[in-house]
Design a protein around this ligand. Structure first.
Ligand SMILES: C[S@@+](CC[C@H](N)C(=O)[O-])C[C@H]1O[C@@H](n2cnc3c(N)ncnc32)[C@H](O)[C@@H]1O
Length: 314
């Protein structure tokens, strides 16, 4: 039998050409891929780098890191760190790249291999242990959290991170169900949520929002994103690019607001006459939000919700 490490789950990179263009790659530049996954974007960046170019790759997921290390073993330009991209600034300092990074790239959320492996517990379509941790060696699983969290906390998570209208009902149903037996599998949770969800959006599984919410909470996805964005501004070289692909409105809102704030510069009282140069803008927004074109959408349904935003360090 194959273990999940041996199984060859694939991930098709989204908005690949758009990402490469947005990063404006210099042959001898230093780049960071904060979300290596299966390395689709990293490999394409490397293909554009010369011998002096450098790539630093992060991922929380041990299986993604195995692949990144295989790549690094055959390519001296690659450095790999297992862990959150919130270690960006610390690792960049260790490497002596502080203020010299030409591009930071994030392709947020989960990869297809994570979703398609029932053992990881991310999918309501497959039955598996209710885990949902990107790094199963760290923190608590979704099952552990659902066993101990109180109803109000569960409701808040479903509402805040899933924008679930029926958060209250679903939280109550979860608490009632766990009194009968522990909720240990994805299918158990999916059916409890479906039964408590009186009307769900067309074409969407009734558990979509709840699974998204619990996953975001368990992996601290939004907190990590905010932390990484603020570090990225400090470590980029002037002209360096920050390129982020988001997959849902909560992430995209954070990225959009962050880039907008950085491009406004320091705050002055509204009636104070201030010259443009005095604003000290940290970043400039580059172009508009980019979405996948029809030919990509036809070949990769994951690209449907992807939004890419770009900003440049001033
Ligand atoms: C959408 S996939 C990236 C796919 C990749 N671009 C490719 O082409 O193969 C997102 C990856 O980011 C990782 N990830 C998500 N949040 C992370 C974080 N805070 N720190 C490090 N890795 C993270 C996930 O484990 C997952 O492997």
């Amino acid at each position: 039998m194959m273990t999940s490490v041996q199984q060859n789950f694939e991930h098709q990179p989204v908005l690949l050409d758009e990402t490469l263009e947005a990063l404006n790659i210099k042959k001898d530049g230093c780049y960071v891929d904060g979300t290596f996954g299966r390395g689709g974007h990293s490999r394409a960046i490397l293909a554009r780098l010369g011998e002096q170019g450098r790539l630093l790759a992060f991922d929380k997921d041990p299986q993604a890191i195995i692949q990144a290390q295989q790549l690094a073993a055959n390519d001296p330009r690659v450095t790999v760190r297992h862990g959150s991209f919130t270690h960006l600034q610390q690792v960049v300092k260790e490497l002596g790249w502080d203020g010299q990074v030409d591009g930071v790239f994030l392709d947020l959320g989960v990869s297809s291999p994570q979703l398609d492996d029932a053992e990881r517990g991310f999918s309501f379509r497959l039955d598996g242990p209710l885990d949902m941790r990107m790094n199963p060696e760290q923190g608590i699983s979704a099952a552990q959290w659902l066993a101990s969290a109180d109803e109000k906390e569960i409701m808040q998570v479903l509402f805040d991170y899933g924008e679930e209208r029926f958060a209250r009902r679903i939280a109550r149903a979860i608490v009632e169900a766990r009194q009968q037996q522990p909720i240990n599998t994805t299918k158990q949770l999916a059916s409890i949520v479906a039964a408590a969800n009186p009307s769900h959006e067309k074409g969407k599984n009734p558990a979509t929002r709840s699974f998204q919410a619990i996953r975001i909470f368990i992996n601290q996805e939004l907190e990590d994103l905010k932390e990484c964005l603020s570090q990225a501004v400090d470590i980029l070289a002037p002209g360096g690019r920050l390129v982020v692909i988001s997959f849902h409105s909560l992430e995209d809102r954070i990225v959009k607001r962050f880039m907008r704030e950085q491009s406004k510069g320091d705050h002055f009282p509204p009636d104070l006459p201030v010259r443009h140069v005095e604003l000290k803008q940290k970043m400039k927004i580059v172009g508009k939000a980019i979405k996948a074109k029809k030919n990509e959408l036809d070949n990769n349904p994951r690209a449907r919700s992807a939004v890419l935003r770009v900003a440049e360090k001033q």
